[in-house]
Design a protein around this ligand. Structure first.
Ligand code: F6R
Length: 241
């Protein structure tokens, strides 16, 4: 694991965007794994700037998002589909057919999950997976548990995650309790992983990810076994390292 400590959120975002941009320049047909939440918003802003400055081109890029809320329509402003359009896709030249996000409104959950895994394989696998991390150390929506879920699956969200994500909703009761998420196995198959964390609220999760035992109780700890992980954290998230 390579750990880069940035002074603040903006520096973390710039460094992350530059790493993603390098991947896109080296391979303009890259398959990117993308995340939602507060953490990558600054990174996406920087990527949009780099695109507008002619440094990067999304025309041959394919993307796969980590997760989507279950039974939340795409046009709901809290859906991850809506988030990705608002924060990145509507501002760059990625083809609509190259965007992949689990369909939270699917009729057959098993088929949706299997098809999502198949599509990733058919695209040649993920070249660079961007991750945030939950306060409870979840990656994607792989919550702490007794075992690592391998493939894309339906998740029952933890109380802590529902509470953390309620900041985006009118009330905690509006937060969906389930989501479709890529599994730990799907994430670990990515050729490179870039994990971002910002703020004191993530300091324990980052400490346990880097130093703790590898256990499904700390889902991100599995990243210790991946051969190519870069973690970019701001000073506050690095405060226990
Ligand atoms: C989002 C995702 C989650 C978030 C995590 C941190 O697609 O998979 O694992 O990365 O919950 O969220 P923020 O960045 O809002 O603190």
């Amino acid at each position: 694991m390579r750990i880069i400590v940035a002074n603040d959120y903006d520096e973390m975002s710039r460094k992350a965007a530059h790493l993603i941009a390098s991947q896109m320049i080296l391979n303009p047909e890259s398959v990117l794994g993308l995340a939602t939440g507060s953490t990558p918003i600054g990174t996406y802003k920087e990527l949009i700037k780099l695109y507008k400055d002619g440094v990067i081109d999304f025309s041959k890029i394919k993307s796969f998002n980590l997760d989507e809320y279950f039974e939340l329509p795409k046009d709901n402003p809290q859906s991850y589909d809506y988030f990705m359009k608002a924060n990145l896709f509507n501002h760059v030249n990625i083809g609509e057919e190259d965007i992949n996000i689990p369909n939270g409104m699917c009729e057959n959950i098993e088929r949706e999950c299997n098809d999502y895994e198949k599509k990733i394989i058919e695209a040649g696998g993920i070249d660079l997976q961007l991750l945030g991390i939950g306060r409870n150390s979840h990656i994607g929506f792989n919550e702490p548990g007794e075992h690592f879920e391998t493939n894309t699956h339906l998740v029952q969200l933890d109380e802590d995650t529902i509470e953390a994500n309620s900041r985006f909703f009118d009330s905690v009761d509006d937060v969906p309790t389930k989501a479709i998420s890529m599994g730990i196995g799907s994430i670990m198959k990515a050729k490179k992983i870039l994990l971002l964390a910002s703020g004191a609220g993530k300091a324990d999760a980052i400490y346990d990810t880097v130093n703790g035992p590898i256990t499904p109780k700390v889902p991100a700890s599995i990243l210790q076994l991946h051969p190519d992980v870069v973690i970019i954290v701001d000073k506050e998230a690095a405060s226990r390292l």
